[in-house]
Design a binder for this molecule. Sequence first.
Ligand SMILES: Nc1ncnc2c1ncn2[C@@H]1O[C@H](COP(=O)(O)OP(=O)(O)OP(=O)(O)O)[C@@H](O)[C@H]1O
Length: 591
Amino acid sequence: MEPILYFTKRLHGFAGKKLYVNLFGTVLVSLLEGIGIFLLVPMIGMSGIAGVTTDTTPLSGIFGALQSIPAPWVLPLILGSFVLLVIGQGLLKRSISIQNVKIHQGFVFHLRSETYRALLQSNWGFFIKRRKSDFINSLTAEIGRVSSGVSLSLQLLASIIFTLIQIGLAFWLSPELTIFVIACGLSLSFLSRNFIRRSQNLGKETIELSKQYMAGITDQLNGIKDIKINMLEQSRLTWLSRMSMKMQREQGEYIKLKTTSQFYYQAASALLIAAFIFLSIRLFEARLEQLLLVIIIFSRLWPRFTGFQSSLEQIASSIPSFHNIIKLQDECAEATEFALDDPQGQDVKTITIERSLECRNVYFRYNRLEPQFALQDINLQILSNRMTAIVGRSGAGKSTLIDILMGLVQPEHGQVVIDGIPLTSDRLLALRRSISYVPQDPFLFNETIRENLRMVSPHASEEELWEALEFSVSADFIRKLPQGLDTFIGDRGIRLSGGERQRLVLARAILRKPSILVLDEATSALDTENESKIQEALDRLKGKMTVIVIAHRPSTIRNADQVIVIDQGTIVQKGISANSEIKFPSDSAWG
Ligand SMILES: Nc1ncnc2c1ncn2[C@@H]1O[C@H](COP(=O)(O)OP(=O)(O)OP(=O)(O)O)[C@@H](O)[C@H]1O
């Protein structure tokens, strides 16, 4: 109940007055439907079928007024009112349905952007502990389930209001029979608790399966090249069929549960109606017209009880999604590193390092429950406007060190210090604005080259774009493309070679005009000629920009002013120049 209330409040906050208008409209539609049914009684009476009159029902007062109208007009008047009522109800229903869809869609979008915002505001440490596909699942399937769960709850509320009105009317017509039917309805709802609990459990299974499916399919599509090279197509297809079978089984269980509960309700309805007619005739001696009205009302009312059951089951199955989204938003809130709409965040100034960027006694573990440190006792000084190279064998801790220096993760002990001042959370954004980072696996968007460059610097002139491209030795290959800067580069830049991608990402990094440039094996895919051209370009940055290079190849660090060697998370060697006393780790990459 709690998560439903939580999201209903959120929906209320989002839709405001529109929500009440729609709820009121839904109740009105149901009422009009009820009035339409009441009109059936005098219509039947007039037709002479079964000798029904309205005299003995509480409606006699209302229909008595019809006697003052000339006899030939009564039937057309009643039939006309009936048609008008049905048309009015239909139109109202249509506009409410449209409004409902608008509110529902708007709320899905609102929830999605709220959750995505919370995700974007979270720190890097939060992302490395979780599966990306779980986020995708939450932002797509689960938010959809939450929104339809909320919308179902509101429909249920409208239905309850209408049912109460109908019960009032039924009570007015026959209190005994009404109490009898309500008692039966309540005892049935008590018995149906088990179905609701099972629906909730099935909802949990749905989420787990949907997470597994999303994780698997994302991984496989990311690794489609490996699948093709290793001819894993058949095994992947088998995985998909197994997954589909599990999902089908689970959906089958859900449908079985739903139809069983509907069957019980139907059987109970038949029994109840039989008992009800028997009792009304034998015990309560109801008259035909009274009985007819009560039957009409309850034939409308009883399906509502069945509807409640079915809605409750559906809502119950969406509750685990409610919990998951709340949990995700709470975890994001805990991991928030800045607020996206914070006006101060928008005009953060960049930091210019005057003297140095330092690590003082830094220790870091990915998992604080395990004894293994990824970095320990790190003390280093990166001088401003110089080139520092960080080297070490694979898994030594180079990328982790870079993440610490960029403020992406925080040390467990120790500090990052900029020009003698410790890096605190309020300066994190400023530091990040000052840094351009070229990762090992460069990321490009499925857009044109121009769009990919402008993403980081929307106002860059054509001249600036080409300048950055010249720097990264990309200008020539782009000029040769038929569409030049307007070439679409495909998913993650798949239509470019690995080296071209690296050069383009380097151009993007330079375009930001950073004060610190971080290259994490950013030239590993380049041939010697292009690499040395980039080395020359980086050389020209000396004195203008602080450059930090992670490298595996000695050629990459030839011109570094300082070389730091890391092994098993600790600094094992520091040297002023790569050409002199540095001894490289005995890793195969170093030849
Ligand atoms: N997200 C993570 N969760 C847990 N452990 C991690 C994570 N990322 C890295 N590690 C571990 O931390 C250690 C240092 O990893 P890091 O990526 O910093 O090494 P590296 O020197 O950059 O290696 P490479 O040259 O292969 O990229 C490794 O033992 C690695 O297994």
